[in-house]
Design a protein around this ligand. Sequence first.
Ligand code: B12
Length: 430
Amino acid sequence: MGHLGALLFLLGSLGALADICEIPEVDRKLVERLGQRLLPWMDWLSLDHLNPSIYVGLRLSSVQAGAREAFYLHILKLNYQQSLLGLAINDDNSNNKAKPSMGQLALYLLALRANCEFVGGHKGDRLVSQLKRFLEDEKRAIGPHHKGHPHTSYYQYGLGILALCVHQKRLHDSVVGRLLYAVEHSHRLRHGHLSVDTVAMAGLAFTCLEHSNLNPNQRHRITVAIRTTREKILKAQTPEGHFGNVYSTPLALQLLMNSFMPGAKLGTACLKARAALLASMQDGAFKNVLVISQLLPVLNGKSYVDLISPDCGAPRVLLQPALETTSQTQELISVMLKVPSVLPPYRHPISVSAGSSLEDVLKKARELAGFTYDTQNSLSGPYLTSVMGKEAGAREFWQLLRAPDTPLLQGIADYAPKDGETIELRLVSW
Ligand code: B12
């Protein structure tokens, strides 16, 4: 090859590289610090606090929790089987506990696959049937003309399809068809604005179906839908580089990673997203275990689709528990807490120590009387379900905002308001 030929070849390769989404390795210490945040959560072993996403995240990451990991999976199995199949283990008032939702069952199946297990046997088959039944119910709730909504969300619908797919369980075309339609008419995937997490989850489910060829009659539609999800996510990149927001970027990258989109400048977009993620990690933005569990695989170049054939022998670095450094401060700050959607409207300055979470503010407001609220535990932490006795109804939620009108990107347990801030709790539809 002459000089010109070599130059053209080089330029061509660079062009092709710009079309591939690759995430170069990040500093090992940063990854270990993230992994360490998961460790204390692995000691919470009640059904209410068990989180299969933590297990999946660790198994697809470059770090491990040693013997704790195997024990955690064991407890997950005991609790999920007991609660979903009504099997009695020695204890108590287990009937009073809420059953895992469709999405939680799906994550549990992903956890089994992350340990290289295929769901099987009598108990396993019953769990698969339950998940299929959940999806059939959701399909009916959406309706043949796509006029309705799933009882849970399209996010959980996608998660359910993905979980069955990695176990090579076939779903009827009509079940997959509802999600395909939702992506083809993407206003269905909005929670006020386009939910990048939901689009990414749908894309991951379709990618698994495409790799496994489980719905051959829909192959073409699935391929087009994967491209649509990727394009939508690329379009949602912010000037800083995040896809959607900082917390949807991990799932977005799980979908984009290792993909190839000619002419889309995918490589550049992914490098920019990686830089934005690193900056957010260094700023301490990743406190929440659920989002950490979605980010760790990305930092190891993996996605949920890798659960089709996971590499359970891959070497991973053993995590050491971090030394707790809680800096107690005496400094007090004042936060204005506002609830306009009740009668009479509530508005009160609340004094808490600097660094307190929004949950601490709510607790303090409750102690002062005149304010009440309720939460429900979820895999993302405490979810605010009711305020001043007013419970959010179906397809409603208590939105958290910083005045005048900025929705918070974190929940009540993670968000730490600053001195002088006004926090509004607003009942909205989604
Ligand atoms: C669907 C969804 C919603 C729906 C939930 C209703 C429903 N019926 O599904 C709606 C639109 C209401 C919602 C609300 C909020 N959400 Co939301 N939500 C999601 C999404 C896309 C999927 C959750 C899910 O189904 N998981 C799977 C199931 C199996 O897990 P689960 O724990 O059982 O699911 C429940 C909880 O996730 C809970 N939930 C939903 N969002 C949030 C947020 C927090 C902080 C908590 C504690 C719980 C919670 O609702 C789910 C259904 O019951 C995730 C995306 C993601 N990457 O995880 C974002 C996500 C979890 N939400 C997020 C946020 C910030 C919120 C809000 C705080 C926004 C706001 N400013 O008000 C509120 C919650 C306020 C409150 N009342 O406490 C962030 C959390 C980031 C973080 N740092 O932890 C995520 C990651 C989205 C993002 N990229 O920003 N959400």
